[in-house]
Structures are given as structure tokens and as C-alpha cells.
Unconditional design. Structure first.
Length: 427
């Protein structure tokens, strides 16, 4: 990873103690999570308490020669681009992240997520539960903190302030608290025992970056949260990293489907091996989405695809087309498949959850076969029309479409094939 193109993401706030057992798994006896962080002495994040490697200086600069050879995960929006990779040794995992961003601000009176900062959700490569993950946070002035995943029975948020040994540093390429920076980088060392591992191995990582454009306290300061796609509560949706860095498949510049213009990455549960024939498949359940990456953010467009070979992985599955998506809100037209029948449902999502709107009965049985059904979404400003096999199913006017956005595909708890897909718009 080149120093000019390698940023780490770790947003941190504060630290609470929760001991480690001898085998490296974490004690479940944790204090309930509160949004008021507990501030501990700096020594809790003191490199002198950790045995790092002689060839690594954890200073945030990412200027050791080995970073150059590591494969990166890159995502971003507009002029902001993030680059994340890893370096493994017998002692632990080093995470490097470099963010190209001219704005780097840190106000000690603000919550860390309102400052230039990163959030790293990290787990062992075999993890399947949030209880096996940690969330490391680091901001540009090196305030740090850790949350540990717990059951919702233990805490309704699912994460509590805790402590696992790690060390992190940030480095600003420019003048902090200005709009004249080249970027900011983060370097994080996590011993294997901190994520319940006894020896070197692949890890799962979900990085995020918080961009802010001012020092002031008021909410008017423009902010942006960029996150690799995945569910922080489900480590199986995190992205794979190993000895060579990022182990997944990066997008090609001319790919039709992939990252949204807003910076939201496509999820990893897609088989794009036949993208040359305009075929994309989801390979597992949960929430899977991808976007028409070349369209930018617009208010006028038509997206169409044949949906076929639907295989449910739960009692109810969904396959749809994104009517609009941006940093604030989603609106998705889902074909819903369940034993009692089929419907077309509008679903809105924002930072607070999913909201189910109008529902229309449809005959979508062909979607379960190789023949499939043709679903089409036509957006014009706040108005969206949805067609199934050429027939108008409904039209909806929604405040969720009040801003420019982009389209794409979204599935929930279903393996689905999308083919003959197109997205047309005025260039």
C-alpha cells in the first residue's frame, strides 16, 4: 500500500475495562452500553504494554516498505477515497488505512464520530457472531476506544464499551483543522488474542470513515459517513483480509454494477463472473445489494432486469430494484416471495430502520423459474412507476425521492439471478 494511497479507518471514543481470559476469548461480564463514553488514562492504549514487531513503527505514516505490496480495498465518494489493507505477523494484525480528503477536523468538545475518524469492525476469519467482534474507533487527534459485540439480551444496542489490547496512531498529511490537507492515515496494531485467535490467520474487517468539513459544534457542519458494505452486527458480512491484504475482488473501472455514487459499496454476496453477459447472482441470504455505478446521482432514470431462479433461504424472501438511494435514505421496490403468495412492496430505509409502505398483489411465480419475470422501475423526480412483465403495477410519489440518488438491485434472504439488466438516463 503506497503511503499516498493507503488510509486506515478507525473511529474511537473511549475505553472501559473488560478482561481477557487465558485462551483469548473475552469476558461476557461487561457494563451496559451508554452513549456517554468513559474516559480512561492514555496508558490503556500504550504501545509499551504491547509487543509489536521490530520492522513496524506504529505512527500512522504507513511508510514501511511492506505496505507497498499489500492489496487494498478502496471505496469513496466524490473527492474522498479510502484505501484499507492489512499486514499479518506472528504477533498480530496491522491495519493501515489512508484517506484522500482535503478536510481534516478534530474538535475535542465534539463526539468523535463528528470529527475526522474511522471505525473498524474486526473479527477472526472464522467468526459468525457479533459476540466475536470488536469495534475499534480512532480519530485524527488520536482519541480512541473499543466496543465489544454482545447479545441484544445483554444490551439493546448490541455493543458495549470495553477494552482489548491494541495500539493506534493517526497522521495528518497537512494541517489539521483546515481544508488544505492531502489526507489522513491511520495505523492500528491488534494482537491475535484481542480477537480470540491463538495464531496468525485471516481476519474479517468492516471499515468506515467519518468525513467532516468544519470545527464548529453546531449541527450545520457538513458530514459524510462512508462505510464498506456489510452489517456490523453480522461478521459473516465483513470483508476478508489476510497476509497479502484485501482478499476480495475489486471492481473494474468499466463495471456496470458495483459501488454507488454515494460511496456505499456493493455487498460481497454477489457472483459477477458472468457480468460480460449482464448476469449477476446473489450467492447467500441476508441483505445483498449492488448499484449501477456509472450513473452518478440523478432524479430521472429507468432500471430494468429479468429476475429468475429465486431460491429462498428463509420463510420469506425479497428481490427488487432500488428506486432511489443516497446518503440519507433508500426506497426499494421488492418482489416478496412467501408460501401464501407474492406481492410487490415498497420499503423505505433510513438511519433508524426499515419502513414498509404500500403493497400490491402480483403474479411473480415465474421468478422462481429459469424463465423469470421482467421488473422495471421508472423514476421521474418524486414519482416512481413499477412495471412487471410490461404491465404497470403501481405508481408512488414519495418524499424519499426528494433528492438525487441512484438505482441498483437488492435482495433479502434469497438467492436470485438478475439478467439482461439496464439503466437508462439522460447523460
Amino acid at each position: 500500500m503506497k503511503k499516498q494511497a493507503a488510509f486506515g479507518i478507525v473511529l474511537t471514543m473511549c475505553i472501559a475495562m473488560a478482561g481477557l481470559s487465558a485462551c483469548g476469548t473475552r469476558d461476557a461480564g461487561l457494563a451496559p452500553y451508554t452513549f456517554e463514553p468513559i474516559v480512561y488514562d492514555y496508558d490503556y492504549n500504550d504501545w509499551r504494554k504491547l509487543e509489536t514487531d521490530a520492522e513496524v513503527t506504529v505512527d500512522g505514516k504507513l511508510d514501511e516498505p511492506f505496505w507497498e505490496a499489500q492489496r487494498e480495498l478502496s471505496f469513496g465518494a466524490g473527492d474522498i477515497m479510502t484505501h484499507t489493507t492489512t499486514y499479518l505477523t506472528d504477533k498480530g494484525v496491522y491495519i493501515g488505512m489512508y484517506i484522500e480528503d482535503q478536510f481534516v477536523f478534530s474538535n475535542p468538545e465534539r463526539d468523535d464520530w463528528r470529527n475526522t475518524s474511522i471505525e473498524l469492525h474486526l473479527a477472526a476469519g472464522t467468526a459468525v457472531s457479533r459476540n466475536e467482534a470488536v469495534q475499534i474507533r480512532v480519530e485524527a487527534h488520536n482519541r480512541t476506544g473499543v466496543l465489544e459485540g454482545v447479545s441484544f439480551e445483554t444490551d439493546p444496542y448490541g455493543w458495549v464499551w470495553g477494552y482489548v489490547p491494541y495500539y493506534s496512531r493517526a497522521w495528518v498529511d497537512g494541517t489539521i483543522n483546515s481544508d488544505a490537507c492531502k489526507g489522513v492515515s491511520f495505523e492500528v496494531f491488534v494482537p491475535w488474542s484481542s480477537i480470540g485467535m491463538e495464531r496468525k490467520g485471516d481476519v474479517l474487517l468492516l471499515p468506515a470513515y467519518n468525513h467532516t468539513e468544519g470545527y464548529e459544534m453546531e449541527d450545520g457542519v457538513q458530514r459524510l459517513h462512508l462505510q464498506a458494505s456489510g452489517d456490523m452486527n453480522d461478521p459473516t458480512t465483513y470483508l476478508p483480509f489476510g497476509e497479502d491484504g484485501y482478499l476480495g475482488v475489486n471492481e473494474e473501472p468499466d463495471d456496470v454494477l458495483g459501488q454507488a455514487a454515494s460511496g456505499r459499496m456493493a455487498t460481497s454476496g454477489w457472483d459477477m463472473s458472468e457480468k460480460g453477459r449482464s448476469v449477476a447472482r446473489t450467492t447467500r441470504g441476508g441483505q445483498q445489494f449492488t448499484f449501477f455505478k456509472q450513473m452518478g446521482e440523478r432524479t430521472e432514470y429507468t432500471a430494468t432486469a429479468t429476475i429468475s431462479d429465486v431460491e429462498l433461504v428463509a420463510a420469506e424472501g425479497k428481490a427488487g430494484i432500488i428506486c432511489g438511494h443516497n446518503q440519507k435514505v433508500w426506497l426499494v421496490a421488492f418482489l416478496v416471495f412467501k408460501e401464501t403468495g407474492y406481492s410487490l412492496d415498497f420499503v423505505t430505509m433510513d438511519d433508524y430502520g426499515w419502513y414498509y409502505g404500500a403493497s400490491y398483489p402480483v403474479d411473480a411465480a415465474k421468478c422462481l423459474t429459469e424463465e423469470g419475470c421482467v421488473l422495471s422501475v421508472e423514476r421521474s423526480g418524486n414519482l416512481v412507476r413499477v412495471y412487471l412483465d410490461g404491465a404497470l403495477v403501481c405508481e408512488l410519489e414519495s418524499d424519499a425521492l426528494s433528492a438525487a440518488g441512484c438505482s441498483g438491485f437488492f435482495t433479502i434472504d434469497a438467492k436470485v439471478t438478475y439478467s439482461a439488466y439496464t439503466c437508462t438516463y439522460e447523460k
